[in-house]
Design a protein around this ligand. Structure first.
Ligand code: ARG
Ligand code: ASP
Length: 733
């Protein structure tokens, strides 16, 4: 066994020098046959492009699920069983948790379908088909139009198109721009609304290493949770109901628990959210020098305030678990992004590339005439946008993420503007959501954050017209400002008399509206928000439509200047395929990170009682007894692995598939040195991190004792090449 592993790895290594290397990119599934399949085959893919995406037959695509439009999940049984990350199901797990029944802490396993937990609001979408509608979208659009005229024309075209198509289908339809509007693709999907929680490991496994280990390799997190899609009698999407039955998918994934080797082909199939691969050098510099640092600075303050109390108090920890995790996640990523962009000399690299591009254009006078100014205009626009963007980020960070009371107050804004008949209904729904707000709210923390951060925001507001209430604050001395901010929390009816407030909303909505309009926290929050929408966003939106158009022109010019290269569209939350190889990397001089971690590494990080690195005794016992069931690799238990698949936020929960399209891992993160991959992918150090499917099966089977779930799965038979198989034959075969 060991012999075979090393020998094969050696052969593959030589082979990979002559075959094409893994490469960056998130590719559109229905174009794989045209653009990527040949290369994927040389890298070890055994299936066809048609197996990945097919219009007429079931294909892997039918097993890939957009989980609440933020993460990815995959179908792993004929009864709608869904695998995704622990951090993707986190807020659902949290919502069922209380101090007495703490599923975040203890884990949760439904022991039968009756015990699976419903999650109002959670949706799971499956793509039925994608269709290029560029011609329809761009009909009657021409180069003489201004950006705004163009936008209106396209919007009208798409509305007409969708209206027509909607008459022919039950599917949920939308059209998404690719390449900044050079291409438009219609996406038809089924959106399921009854998605139930089936199982989740305790956070000490599912979130092991928490924020310290987040974005870090080597990693030891079992970041998975299990859900199930329920459908109506006809297998169709249906509202939550006890009458629903488990969804029967057109396709579910086969699992391969036989392991894999260094350099093996892998692909990741999912819904990457957003990348910015075509930014010009100056905007990359703005990200490194201005935007990322500003946002990090605000979150530094906020996280310190939250962390101090969460470490002291278990109840606060439960309340703020989701909020803290989401604030710290991007915060840490930006930190890594700055370092990575600097270390890979991304700005200089982009500048050199831009020079190359301009020279290539110059060689073709016609091209140069048409596109020669695009890059400079684009760069100028980004500079023009910079101050407004910065102000905007301060609102987003401080007025929105950094202030829960303000965020809550905004939910009454629509009440103040609505007709009498609609008011009662709205007020009732606000009353209904109050409980959720109070359940996870700590006024003292929020007040501390406001005192620490609002003055920064107030100082940053520069774009006229500035609302009166903000002007007044700008003219106050710091002490007076502080008093004013403190009072917002003391005086707000929402906070100082929750019972009365709820009653008022339910019984006398007119009075509630009058009351809330007089509330200073409401007034300030709304003033800030309106300034954000009406002044900052209006200005940025106008610039963005020009920027988008120029970015699109830039991509067209790139394609013409470098006709031999394939360009992939930036991620836009649509279904994509990335492919690469299981591979380690060199994070710094003389250090090499291997591609696989094991349970011994989990145990090595164990800190009893710690909130990030504590472990359940049962896992330690299983380790000590080497009790790994069918899932270990000799006497070791694999945990996580890395590969060179180009992924981003939204790819969490995506399946990692082997050359046969079988499930071998669950994507959940990227390595610290490669977090800049959204802007500047670098094959030598960008790696995606996956939980090894064997660890997931081991936890479900041996740790949780949920063997009945294992019985639902399709696990590929062990047909691994043995020592007896002649090597030549197995390599050729
Ligand atoms: N960094 C991963 C992603 O961007 C995982 C985040 C969840 N984990 C956490 N500790 N916050 O989403
Ligand atoms: N952790 C990310 C997610 O939640 C994935 C990534 O950014 O690599 O989608």
């Amino acid at each position: 066994m060991m012999f075979k592993r090393y020998f094969l790895a050696g052969v593959l290594f030589i082979f990979s020098l002559t075959s094409s290397q893994a490469r960056e990119g998130m590719w559109i599934p229905y174009l794989i046959g045209q653009l990527n399949a040949a290369e994927m085959k040389t890298m070890g893919m055994e299936i066809t492009a048609e197996d990945i995406y097919s219009l007429n037959n079931s294909s892997l695509k039918d097993a890939i699920v957009h989980f609440n439009f933020g993460c990815t999940a995959e179908l792993i049984s004929s009864k709608g069983l869904l695998l995704t990350n622990h951090h993707c199901g986190y807020s659902q797990i949290q919502s069922h948790s209380t101090l007495e029944n703490n599923y975040l802490k203890e884990g949760f396993w439904a022991m039968s379908q009756e015990e699976e937990l419903k999650n109002p609001g959670l949706v799971a979408a499956i793509v039925k088909y994608m269709e290029d509608v560029t011609n329809e979208a761009l009909q009657d659009v021409n180069d003489q139009m201004s950006a705004a005229e163009r936008e209106v024309q396209i919007k009208n075209n798409l509305e007409a198109l969708l209206e027509g198509k909607r008459k022919e289908t039950e599917y949920d339809l939308s059209v998404v721009p690719f390449f900044y509007g050079n291409q438009y693709i219609l996406v038809a999907r089924e959106v399921f609304k009854d998605v139930r929680l089936v199982g989740a490991p305790p956070s000490s496994i599912g979130k092991y290493g928490a924020d310290t280990d987040n974005w870090i390799w080597p990693r030891h997190t079992g970041d998975f949770s299990i859900f199930r899609i329920y459908a109506g009698k006809e297998n169709q999407p249906a509202d939550i109901s006890d009458d629903n039955i488990p969804y029967r998918p057109a396709r579910h994934l086969t699992i391969n628990a036989n392991g894999f080797d260094l350099n093996d082909f892998t692909m990741v199939y999912g819904f990457p959210g957003r990348t910015q691969q075509y930014l010009p050098s100056n905007e990359v510099a703005n990200t490194v020098d201005v935007y990322d640092p500003a946002r990090i600075a605000v979150r530094d303050v906020l996280l310190e305030i939250l962390d101090a109390k969460m470490r002291q108090d278990e109840a606060t920890r439960i309340k703020y678990a989701t909020k803290y995790a989401s604030i710290s996640n991007a915060w840490k990523k930006w930190k890594g992004e700055i370092i990575g962009l600097k270390e890979t000399k991304a700005i200089a690299g982009k500048e050199a590339f831009e020079k190359q591009f301009t020279e290539a254009l110059k060689k073709r006078p016609q091209l140069f005439q048409k596109y020669g100014d695009v890059l400079n205009e684009l760069k100028n626009l980004y500079e023009e946008r910079k101050p407004v963007m910065l102000e905007r980020y301060h609102y987003i960070e401080i007025g929105y993420y950094g202030n829960e009371l303000f965020r809550h107050m905004l939910s009454y804004r629509s009440m103040a503007a609505v007709s009498e008949e609609k008011l009662a209904k709205l007020a009732e729904s606000r009353a209904g959501s109050l409980e959720r707000f109070y359940k996870n709210y700590d006024v003292e923390l929020d007040r501390q954050a406001a005192l620490a951060l609002l003055p920064t925001y107030i100082g940053q507001v520069k774009t006229e017209p500035i609302p009166q209430i903000i002007k007044e604050l700008q003219n106050m001395k710091p002490e007076k400002q502080g008093k004013f901010i403190g009072k917002l929390f003391e005086k707000s009816i929402v906070l100082n008399d929750p019972v009365k407030w709820q009653e008022m909303l339910e019984e006398n909505p007119e009075k509630a509206v009058k009351k809330v309009k007089k509330d200073k926290a409401y007034q300030l929050s709304v003033a800030m928000y309106d300034h954000f929408i009406e002044v900052l966003n209006a200005s940025v939106d106008e610039m963005n439509s020009r920027i988008d158009h120029l970015q699109g022109q830039y991509v067209i010019a790139l394609q013409k200047a470098f006709p031999d290269r394939d360009f992939y569209p930036d991620a836009n939350s649509t279904l994509r395929v990335a492919y690469g190889k299981v591979d380690g990397y060199e994070p710094r001089d003389a250090v090499y990170y291997q591609s696989q971690t094991y349970l011994s590494g989990v145990i090595a990080k164990y800190i009893p009682g710690d909130y990030e690195f504590d472990l359940p005794q049962k896992l330690i016992d299983l380790y000590n007894n080497k009790d790994y069931g069918r899932w270990g690799e000799e006497d070791k238990m694999p945990v996580c692995f890395i590969a060179s698949n180009h992924t981003t936020g939204g790819n969490s929960g995506s399946p990692a598939l082997n050359g046969r399209g079988e499930l071998i891992g669950l994507n959940f993160d990227r390595v610290w040195e490669g977090t800049m991959s959204d802007i500047n992918y670098d094959l030598s150090r960008c790696r995606n991190i996956m939980v090894d499917i064997r660890y997931i099966l081991f936890i479900v089977d041996k740790f949780a004792g949920a063997g009945y779930l294992i019985d639902e799965l399709d696990i590929a038979e062990n047909d691994e090449i043995t020592e007896d198989t002649p090597l030549e034959e197995s390599i050729e075969g």
